[in-house]
Design a protein around this ligand. Structure first.
Ligand SMILES: Cc1ncc(COP(=O)(O)O)c(C=O)c1O
Length: 395
C-alpha cells in the first residue's frame, strides 16, 4: 500500500465525511511549489483556495508567525493587542474604512456584516426593516444564516428552519434589483464583486453602481463580500475599488492572514459605531499570531505589487483565450475562471497527474495562485493546463 493509500484509509476512518477529496496528500511546500507524501512536486495554482497569498512558508510570513508564537500566542479580546491594532490600522489607512472587527473565517465575517446591517436599521428605524437582498448564484458561507444569504437553492436543504429575511435577485438585472430594493422592509444589499464559488462571474460595474446609488439614497447599507476577492486577489486591495463604489461594510477572510484562520469586517464612517460592547464578540478573533501574519500580507499589497498581480492575470488570459477546448476566461487579476468544452473535474485530475494543482468553481476550472507566483512557474503550469484541456477536448 502506498503512503497516499494508507492516509486515505485513515482519513476515511476518522474524518467526518464532508469532503470529496482528490487522491493526494500534500506534505510540504515552498512558495508556489508543493510536494506530496510520495515526494512528487507540483506547481500550485490553488493556494489552498486563495489562502496562502504569498505562497507556502513565505520567509516574511513565517518569521512574523514564529516570533509572535514565542512572544504571545493568545490573550483574548479582554485586552489591547498590538498585532491586532497594527493590522486594523493598516486596513483602515489603506481603504479609508474606519473600524475593523476581527473573526476567524469568511462566514463569520459575513455574519458580522449581517448583524451590523440589521442593528443599524433597528437602532434607527425600529422593528420590521431587516430584510437583506442578496444575488442569485451568490455564495456567502455555511452557517445557517450565511446559507440563507447564499442565493443558490442547492444550499437551502437539510437544515431547516433557515434564518428569515433574505431576498435573492438576479445578478446584473438593474430593474429587478431596484424593484426588490423598493420594499420598505429592506435594510441592506450584499454582493460579491465577482461570484467566486458561483463560477468566477464578475458583476457588471453598471449594476453595482446603480444598486449602490439607490441603496445609499434610501439609507440601505451596501455590504460587500470580499472573502474571496479581497486582499490583493483581483489586482486591487479590494475588488470593490475597481467598481467605483464606496461600501458601508466590507467582509473578508481567505488570503488576509496568508494561511492562518482570520476574517475581518470593515466599517465605514456611517457604520463604525453600530456594534457596541457586548453586541458581538469571538474568543479567537484577532488572535495575535493571525494578526501578525496578516500584517505581513497587507503591508506588501502596494500599488506596484498589485500591478504585478494584474499583469500575471492578463498573461494567463492572453495565453488561454482561443486555445483548443477553451470557451472563455473570466475573472480579474489572479482570480480566474476557465470555461472549457470538457468536464473541469477531468481537467483538474489530469493536471494533478502532471504536477499542477488547479481548482474548480461550478462548470469552470478556477485558478487562485499565490499572488507572488514566480512568472516562470506560472508559465510552466499554464502551458501544462492548456495542453491538458487541448488533449481532453480532442479525445
Ligand atoms: C464570497 C465568499 N463568502 C464567504 C465564504 C465562506 O468563507 P469560509 O469558508 O472561510 O467560511 C466564501 C468561501 O469560499 C466565499 O467565497
Amino acid at each position: 500500500m502506498s503512503k497516499t493509500q494508507d492516509f486515505e484509509k485513515q482519513d476515511k476512518e476518522y474524518i467526518a465525511n464532508t469532503y470529496g477529496r482528490f487522491n493526494v496528500c500534500f506534505e510540504k511546500g515552498k512558495g508556489s511549489l508543493l510536494w506530496d507524501v510520495e515526494g512528487k512536486e507540483y506547481i500550485d495554482l490553488g493556494s489552498g483556495i486563495g489562502v496562502t497569498a504569498f505562497g507556502v512558508d513565505d520567509d516574511e510570513w513565517s518569521k512574523a508567525v514564529i516570533e509572535q508564537t514565542h512572544a504571545l500566542n493568545h490573550i483574548s479580546n479582554l485586552y489591547y493587542s498590538v498585532p491586532q491594532i497594527k493590522l486594523a490600522e493598516l486596513l483602515c489607512k489603506k481603504t479609508g474604512m474606519k473600524k475593523v472587527f476581527f473573526c476567524n473565517s469568511g462566514a463569520e465575517s459575513n455574519e458580522c456584516s449581517i448583524k451590523a446591517a440589521r442593528k443599524y436599521s433597528h437602532d434607527k428605524y425600529g422593528e420590521g426593516r431587516n430584510v437583506i437582498v442578496t444575488l442569485v448564484n451568490s455564495f456567502h458561507g455555511r452557517t445557517v444564516t450565511t446559507l440563507s444569504a447564499t442565493g443558490q437553492d442547492v444550499f437551502h436543504q437539510h437544515f431547516f428552519p433557515f434564518t428569515e429575511g433574505f431576498i435573492h435577485t438576479p445578478a446584473n438585472d438593474i430593474d429587478a434589483a431596484l424593484k426588490v430594493l423598493a420594499n420598505p422592509a429592506v435594510c441592506a444589499i450584499m454582493m460579491e464583486p465577482i461570484q467566486g464559488e458561483g463560477g468566477v462571474m464578475p458583476l457588471d460595474k453598471e449594476f453595482v453602481q446603480a444598486v449602490t446609488k439607490y441603496a445609499h439614497e434610501h439609507d440601505q447599507l451596501v455590504l460587500i463580500d470580499e472573502v474571496q476577492t479581497g486582499n490583493g486577489r483581483t489586482g486591487s486591495l479590494y475588488a470593490y475599488e475597481q467598481f467605483g463604489i464606496e461600501p458601508d461594510i466590507v467582509s473578508t477572510a481567505k488570503g488576509l492572514a496568508g494561511g492562518l484562520p482570520m476574517g475581518a469586517t470593515l466599517f465605514n464612517e456611517k457604520t463604525q459605531y453600530v456594534l457596541t460592547a457586548g453586541a458581538h464578540a469571538t474568543t479567537f478573533g484577532g488572535n495575535p499570531i493571525c494578526a501578525a501574519a496578516g500584517c505581513t500580507i497587507i503591508e506588501r499589497l502596494t500599488p506596484e505589487f498589485l500591478a504585478t498581480v494584474k499583469a500575471k492575470g492578463d498573461y494567463v488570459k492572453r495565453v488561454l483565450e482561443g486555445k483548443t477546448g477553451v470557451v472563455g476566461v473570466s475573472g480579474m487579476g489572479l482570480m480566474i475562471g476557465i470555461e472549457t468544452t470538457v468536464d473541469p473535474k477531468k481537467v483538474i485530475a489530469k493536471c494533478l497527474e502532471k504536477g499542477v494543482v488547479c481548482l474548480s468553481a461550478k462548470n469552470k476550472v478556477r485558478l487562485l495562485p499565490a499572488l507572488n507566483i514566480p512568472q516562470e512557474q506560472l508559465e510552466k503550469a499554464i502551458t501544462i493546463l492548456a495542453d491538458v484541456i487541448g488533449e481532453l477536448a480532442s479525445e
